[in-house]
Design a protein around this ligand. Sequence first.
Ligand code: SAH
Ligand code: MG
Length: 211
Amino acid sequence: MSDSLDPSFSLPLEIDSVKGFLDPVEGAELYRRALDACALGPCLEIGSYCGKSTVYLGQACKSQNRTLFAVDHHRGSEEHQLGQEYHDPEIFDDGLQVVDTFKLFRDTLRRADIESHVVPLVASSLVAARDWQTPLGLVFIDGGHSFEAAQSDYDSWAPHVTSGGVLAIHDLFPDPDTGGQAPITIWRQALDSGLFDDLGVVRTLGVLRRR
Ligand code: SAH
Ligand code: MG
């Protein structure tokens, strides 16, 4: 696959100006899948951080006049905490001594002009899922990467992907030396369940379709 972005879509802001953990090729894949999925239902992501994936998904939803629900407690994952590998002082609230990505996230929504189509759910994945009932056209799982968190995200949200809809899972590392194994574990579980077809993997982004 070519490394260049699909020239048929342009983003409303300089994507490199948004902090985050998503390759532009993966972003383009999310955008493309969301465009189709919007015909089936709204989209939902778990793990927005500062909004990089939100821009791709939100832009696709906006073009189809659909809603993207963006779930994140905005307190960061394990690896974002003080002293951890991906800690960033710019997302640390010194007064409260906690990670807070919500301000930058909101700023991204405003700059990308997608506030009209993105509903932030500032809550943990479990809390957001507790009373969820709406069938979803696309679910993107990119939240906590502990086995417990990934499993809980899968259990909470995969059942809401409507027939024909897409389940996308980020950070698949077939080689344990290159990355954590929790996301690829739930991806394999989805395949083994017989409920999903494999639509392929782009970089570390696995894409599945609900039967
Ligand atoms: N999709 C983002 C990266 C997400 S990083 C991008 O494109 O850059 C992972 C995010 O998941 C963090 O912001 C963290 O706060 C959030 N997160 C981790 N565990 C969570 C949970 N249990 N519920 C909600 N959000 C969670
Ligand atoms: Mg990720």
